[in-house]
Design a protein around this ligand. Structure first.
Ligand code: CA
Length: 318
């Protein structure tokens, strides 16, 4: 074997042994700025995250906007600006508002619908400063603009929110989102994009019916070691047939789950690491990160604090 070939082999073995998981900014740098605002996304980009997440819901005029829930009332002042627009259950739905109306709202730190108190008390003060709810396109332009001006390519991680519910309201969100992604250069597995969804039927539909050729992640919620296979939960083999990976919630059983997923060639991107909301079983941030990264060897991690995970990984690089 010639020396160059030997060197290449050694290098490739080294890089695979020390493969670092990707850092995914969960709703942006949402530990520091109101979730899913462009400000939170710009901060995440500056914190050297690898990917930035977009949760997507539709407006009445079928524009995908970046928000976590189908409701506007826990992240904006909609109840003050449009008091008569709530449904019978008291909630304000993005789908009942046009983009022009949504743009009149001030986005804010997430708060409880019942008490009005912000969910994470030590985060950005609720209702202060001035923020907007961005469209998917505004966010893609921001990330691609920053990719150009900084010379560092950060990927996108869009999630189709509640596709079944959207269809019951008469709107096919996936069919609206995919052409936009394609127009911005996200269409194949070589493009810096992971598309994600909680509904397995929609994951299958994205591949088979809607022709998504990019990377695809099935979000599966919490996993318990030894859990019984239910009809609602597909097997790893079934997931591997259509998706490139799974997105499980962080749990003590993540090591077992990751082994099962890796055996089927699936990537594992776990959610969500929050310094101000550690799992009950964890004594420290280090314990959680060590379990996920060194023991379970997940391939990616969603976090509200991208800077912390990036720093943690850099300090432990060989
Ligand atoms: Ca999400």
């Amino acid at each position: 074997m010639n020396r160059l070939l030997a060197l290449i082999l050694i290098l490739s073995v080294c890089t695979s042994a020390f493969a670092q998981p990707i850092v995914i900014a969960h709703r942006g740098a949402s530990g520091y700025l109101p979730e899913h605002t462009l400000e939170a996304k710009a901060m995440a980009h500056a914190q050297d995250t690898d990917f930035i997440e977009q949760d997507l819901v539709l407006t009445k005029d079928e524009v995908p906007v970046v928000m976590h829930d189908i409701y506007l009332d826990t992240i904006s002042d909609v109840a003050t600006k449009f008091p008569d627009r709530k449904r019978a259950n008291g909630r304000y739905y993005a789908i009942d508002f046009t983009l022009t109306e949504i743009k009149q709202l001030n986005a804010s730190e997430r708060f409880s619908e019942k008490t009005g108190k912000q969910v994470y008390p030590m985060r950005f003060p609720k209702g202060t400063s001035s923020f907007a709810i961005p469209t998917l396109e505004e966010e893609l332009q921001l990330i691609q603009g920053l990719n150009q001006s900084t010379g560092r390519v950060v990927g996108i991680y869009p999630e189709i929110k509640q596709p079944k519910w959207h269809r019951s309201e008469g709107h096919d969100i996936s069919a609206i989102v995919l052409p936009i992604l394609k127009r911005y250069g996200y269409a194949t597995k070589d493009d810096p994009c992971f598309l994600q969804c909680f509904e397995f039927d929609e994951v299958k539909r994205l591949r088979a019916e809607l022709g998504w050729h990019g990377r695809l992640i099935y979000l599966m919620g919490a996993f318990k070691k030894g859990e019984k296979v239910t009809t609602e939960r597909p097997t790893m083999e079934q997931v591997a047939h259509v998706a490139d990976g799974i997105g499980p919630a962080i749990s003590q059983d993540i090591e077992v789950l990751t082994q099962l997923a890796h055996a089927q060639g699936l990537k594992v991107h776990a959610y969500t690491f929050r310094r101000d909301d550690l799992p009950k079983w964890a004594m420290s941030q280090d314990e959680v990160l060590d379990l996920l990264i060194h023991r379970a060897k997940v391939d990616g991690l969603f976090t509200d604090f991208p800077d912390m995970v990036v720093k943690w990984l850099r300090e432990r690089q060989p």
